[in-house]
Design a protein around this ligand. Structure first.
Ligand code: DGL
Length: 224
């Protein structure tokens, strides 16, 4: 009997945060993990170029590995490219990763939430529409980080990373307004959960950090 093959794709190592959750739920699956290192980081790519790039890379991956499901474990790509992938490969189910704005807005008691993502993801209509649809009752800070994905890659490669640099990247997520302050922060780039221990240690006050990876894993199981 052939095993179910799951392709997990990201621009780099961030998709491993999604892979590890899928592997917990579906330990017997056959996994292919693909990182587009040559294109990393996706955060600063122009939209049209990124669509072209991801469809081209996916064409090679699909041709070589014939996955039963393809997981785009990258918010920067998913918020833009999913409709193009579904049109180009109609026989393959795609599961994407998009900012978990709905659960954050639902859980927040202060009604002040932040979305920490790449510059590409915060600029997308897709992300703005999520805010309008699910967080209209909240003050939402969209924080596009220039450097965190690269810092996460450095960390994973065992290179030194600076607490000051990480603290500076997350600082705009923490907003105080009189008695109220941010209480939920959406990790809207799959690289960021790799730095969660640093975020928790360097946060000016405790918050909930929302990592959607377990929900994505459940979605993969459902699709299969
Ligand atoms: N891991 C990717 C994401 O979820 C982006 C990192 C990058 O290539 O900029 O958005």
């Amino acid at each position: 009997m052939s095993r179910t093959r799951i392709l997990v794709f990201d621009s780099g190592l961030g998709g491993l945060t999604v892979f590890r959750e899928i592997a917990k739920l579906l330990p017997d699956a056959d996994f292919v993990y693909a990182a587009d290192d040559a294109g990393f980081p996706y955060g600063g790519w122009a939209a049209d170029d990124l669509v072209w790039r991801v469809v081209a890379v996916m064409r090679r991956l699909v041709g070589e590995f014939h996955p039963d499901v393809a997981v785009v474990a990258c918010n920067t790509a998913s918020t833009l490219v999913l409709p193009h992938l579904r049109a180009a490969f109609p026989d393959i189910p795609f599961v994407g990763t998009v900012p978990a704005i709905k659960p954050a807005a639902g859980r927040s008691r202060s009604h002040m939430i932040s979305v920490l993502a790449t510059p590409g993801t915060v600029a997308r209509d897709y992300t703005r529409d999520l805010v309008a649809s699910f967080a209209a009752h909240c003050r939402v800070e969209l924080v596009g980080s220039q450097n965190l994905a690269r810092i996460a890659e450095d960390f994973m490669h065992g290179r030194p990373v600076s607490d000051d640099a990480i603290a500076a990247e997350i600082a705009p997520c923490f907003v105080q307004d009189g008695e109220r302050r941010t209480d939920e922060i959406v990790l809207a780039c799959t690289h960021y959960p790799l730095l969660l221990a640093q975020f928790e240690r360097l946060a000016p006050w405790p918050v909930e950090w929302i990592d959607p990876a377990p929900a994505i894993a459940r979605r993969v199981e459902f699709v299969l």
